[in-house]
Design a protein around this ligand. Structure first.
Ligand code: SF4
Ligand code: SF4
Length: 77
């Protein structure tokens, strides 16, 4: 099964919320309790298991703050 890992660079994020708004699977949220070093609200990957790594969040991020990694998981039983 194809899974994704999303890494958000706190130092680059500008808190615009595009990644939250446009993730088709609702994987990312701004929970309101985390901030970037610049004082913006920082998004969090709240449903990492739901990420089917489409890359939309990374493509739309105006700050190039997101990297998406794809990997295969193996079902053994
Ligand atoms: S890669 Fe796609 S599914 Fe995964 S968090 Fe980004 S927008 Fe959502
Ligand atoms: S789209 Fe990029 S800059 Fe905007 S909140 Fe998400 S990570 Fe931060």
């Amino acid at each position: 099964m194809l899974k994704g890992e999303v890494i958000i660079d706190e130092a680059l994020c500008q808190g615009c919320g595009y990644c939250v708004k446009f993730c088709p699977r609702g994987c990312i949220a701004i929970t309101g309790d985390k901030f970037t070093p610049q004082g913006y609200l920082l998004p969090t990957v709240i449903k990492p298991d739901e990420c089917k790594p489409c890359g939309v969040c990374a493509m739309l991020c105006p700050a190039a703050a997101i990297e998406v990694y794809k990997f295969e998981t193996e079902v053994v039983a």
